[in-house]
Write a protein that binds this ligand. Structure first.
Ligand SMILES: Nc1ncnc2c1ncn2[C@@H]1O[C@H](COP(=O)(O)OP(=O)(O)OP(=O)(O)O)[C@@H](O)[C@H]1O
Length: 294
């Protein structure tokens, strides 16, 4: 069996007095697309930095495609987009891209790379004059320049507009379909839900949930029952209901037991017009999972 793309065993990282990553075990198989989720300060960026060999763990081991992180990076096996990823100043995008491509033995063909990342119109621009979203597209092109089998992305779409995000994730899906392993940290949970094979929810430097998005969502018991109801009707004492809100003519009941709630409402003669039952969203699940750990 080939080694995992990323293998973190009992990883512990401190920044001074702050315990940023606390005994983390995380294994990413080759070809997986994994989202790292969690609140600010959960340890996602620190984990990404450790995988890139940018900081030395206080304890535990990091292996990247079976090698030490620095060796994997030096061999051109890892492409990265970091939150504070820098671009050299006083240079044009095309020049920077040329330089980076030249540093790899088998760079991604220029025309295809430029088309894939949508930076054709930016090649003659000064890197200092790029917008946040344009900068992120250029950073993506640099990350992909060596055709790496592993991509590490730390909040890669944070500055992109809706169209840019959509194009970005289409590119990621295409890369994943060709076997690239993609590990990304994000606060855009709908992107994680749509793109990742697996989501890893972190809080306080530890993993609090790890699995396919659907499994993580279903681990949260709560569901919502919505229907139209006239003003004045009260529903907070209905079996299973843990909270009731009303917006205009629509009532939303949070419930831990959908069947009991619906049976009781029907027995009471509630019409349940426009009935809708919704499971927890990934956002609900993450909020619930990290709630006690912050
Ligand atoms: N260079 C540093 N010096 C001191 N503390 C740091 C440093 N970098 C991170 N930390 C602390 O380590 C903890 C984990 O931070 P980290 O950036 O890994 O979290 P994160 O999950 O990526 O957060 P965010 O979603 O805000 O990017 C936080 O408490 C943070 O304040």
């Amino acid at each position: 069996m080939p080694p995992d793309a990323v293998a973190l065993t009992d990883l512990t990282v401190r920044h001074g007095d702050v315990l940023a990553v606390d005994g983390l075990d995380l294994h990413v198989r080759r070809g997986e697309t994994v989202a790292l989720l969690g609140p600010n300060g959960a340890g996602k960026s620190t984990t990404v930095s450790a995988v890139l060999g940018l900081l030395r763990p206080d304890a535990g081991t990091v292996r990247v495609l079976g090698r030490a992180p620095a060796d994997a990076v030096r061999a051109g096996c890892v492409g990265a987009m970091l939150q504070h990823g820098g671009l050299p100043g006083e240079a044009r995008v095309g020049e920077v891209l040329h330089l980076v491509r030249c540093s790899y033995p088998d760079p991604w063909p220029l025309e295809d790379l430029v088309a894939t990342t949508g930076i054709g119109g930016l090649l003659g621009r000064d890197v200092d004059a790029l917008s946040g979203g344009q900068r992120q597209r250029v950073l993506l092109a640099l990350a992909l320049a060596g055709q790496p089998p592993l991509l590490l992305l730390d909040e890669p779409t944070s500055a992109m507009d809706v169209e840019g995000r959509r194009a970005f994730w289409t590119t990621m899906r295409d890369l994943a379909a060709f076997g690239t392993t993609v590990v990304f940290a994000t606060h855009h949970l709908e992107e994680a839900d749509a793109v990742a094979d697996r989501v890893v929810v972190m809080a306080g430097g530890r993993v609090v949930a790890d699995g396919p998005s659907a499994a993580v969502r279903s681990a949260v018991a709560g569901r919502t029952v919505r229907f139209s109801a006239p003003d004045g009707a009260a529903f907070d004492r209905v079996p299973g209901v843990t909270g009731a809100t009303r917006l205009g003519g629509t009532v939303a009941l949070a419930t831990t037991d959908v069947e009991a709630t619906l049976r009781a409402l029907l027995a009471d003669g509630v019409a349940l017009t426009d009935l809708e039952v919704r499971g927890a969203s990934l956002e609900d699940a993450v909020l619930s999972l990290v709630g006690g750990v912050r």
